[in-house]
Unconditional design. Structure first.
Length: 291
C-alpha cells in the first residue's frame, strides 16, 4: 500500500558511514536520487505518488538518521520538502497572474541540474578509469637521451651588423693618456756649459753670460727659460760648494758674478770662455740679463 512504511530495505551500515534511503511507494521503489531522475525523465508520474506517504517515510528516516549524522538528515529533509513542493505545484492549476515558476518549469530546472550532475559523475568515472602512472604503467628505468642538432639563423640587417661591430670595437678601444715630457734645461746641462765656458780664467764673469744661447736669442718658452735660469744658478751653487767657483754679488738683488777658484781647473778643462759668451772683468764686464 502507498501509506505503509517499509524500512526493511534500509541500509544503515556503510563502509564510509553513508546511508541509502529506499522508499516503497505506488509505482516506484528505489533510492531517492533515482526517484528524482525518473521524475525528470517522466518515467514515473509524481501526480500518482502520495505526498503523505512520501513525507511520512522521509520524516521517519530523518528521525532515525538524525541520531547518526545531522548533515545527512538535513539533506534528506530538504530533498523531501522539494519533492512535496514539486508535487503540489504539479497538482495546482496554472494561473496567468502567477509570478512564480510553474511546476513544469521547476521540473525542467530540476532536470537540468540532475543532467549536469550526471555528466560530472560520468566524466569523473571515465577519468578514474584511465590508466594511472605507477599502477597501470611505469616510467622507464633509464631516461632516453636524444641527440640534438641546433642551427642558428640570424635575421638582421646590414645596419644591425654594422652597429654590433661598432659597439664591439668601442668596448675594446682603450684610451691611453700620454703626457709628453718637457724639454727643460737641467742642472747637468748647466754644469757642462759652465765648465766649458769658464775654463781656467780667473776673471769675474756675470752669471747671466753662462745661460744658453737660445735664452739670449729669445727662442725659449717661458717654462724652459725659467728652468735655464734655475738650473744655471743651482749649478753655480753646486760648484761653489765643491770649491771650483767663487761667487760675489753687488748688494741685495744685485748682479751675480762668478769666476774659477784660484788654482783649480773646473772639469779638468783648460779652455777659455770666448768674448762673445763671457764679459771679462769685475763689475765693468759686459752687462747681460740679470740672473
Amino acid at each position: 500500500m502507498a501509506d505503509e512504511l517499509d524500512f526493511g530495505d534500509m541500509d544503515l551500515d556503510g563502509a564510509d558511514g553513508a546511508r541509502s534511503f529506499i522508499v516503497d511507494l505506488e509505482g516506484f521503489e528505489g533510492p531517492i536520487d533515482m526517484l528524482l531522475a525518473m521524475a525528470r525523465d517522466q518515467k514515473v508520474d509524481l501526480i500518482h505518488i502520495s505526498i503523505l506517504a512520501l513525507a511520512d517515510q522521509y520524516l521517519a528516516f530523518v528521525a532515525e538518521a538524525r541520531r547518526a549524522n545531522l548533515e545527512l538528515a538535513a539533506d534528506y529533509l530538504v530533498m523531501a520538502a522539494w519533492l512535496a513542493y514539486l508535487k503540489s505545484r504539479l497538482l495546482l492549476p496554472v494561473t496567468e497572474s502567477e509570478d512564480e515558476p510553474t511546476g513544469a518549469e521547476m521540473a525542467a530546472a530540476l532536470q537540468f541540474q540532475l543532467r549536469r550532475l550526471e555528466a560530472m559523475k560520468e566524466a569523473g568515472a571515465r577519468l578514474m578509469a584511465r590508466p594511472r602512472l605507477g599502477m597501470a604503467f611505469f616510467h622507464r628505468g633509464a631516461p632516453e637521451r636524444f641527440g640534438t642538432e641546433t642551427t642558428t639563423v640570424f635575421e638582421v640587417t646590414l645596419h644591425d651588423l654594422l652597429k654590433a661591430y661598432g659597439d664591439a670595437r668601442g668596448r675594446r678601444r682603450i684610451d691611453t693618456l700620454q703626457i709628453e715630457p718637457f724639454e727643460l734645461y737641467t742642472v747637468d746641462d748647466a754644469l757642462a756649459r759652465i765648465r766649458t765656458l769658464l775654463g781656467s780664467t780667473p776673471d769675474w764673469s756675470s752669471l747671466a753670460a753662462f745661460l744658453p744661447p737660445d735664452f739670449h736669442a729669445g727662442r725659449m718658452s717661458g717654462l724652459v727659460s725659467r728652468s735655464a735660469v734655475a738650473a744655471t744658478f743651482t749649478a753655480t751653487l753646486e760648484m761653489v760648494r765643491e770649491g771650483q767657483l767663487e761667487l760675489r754679488q753687488e748688494g741685495t738683488f744685485g748682479r751675480i758674478f762668478v769666476r774659477a777658484a784660484p788654482g783649480t781647473s773646473p772639469g779638468g778643462q783648460t779652455g777659455r770662455a770666448t768674448d762673445g759668451d763671457i764679459g771679462h772683468g769685475a763689475p765693468e764686464g759686459r752687462e747681460t740679463d740679470e740672473a
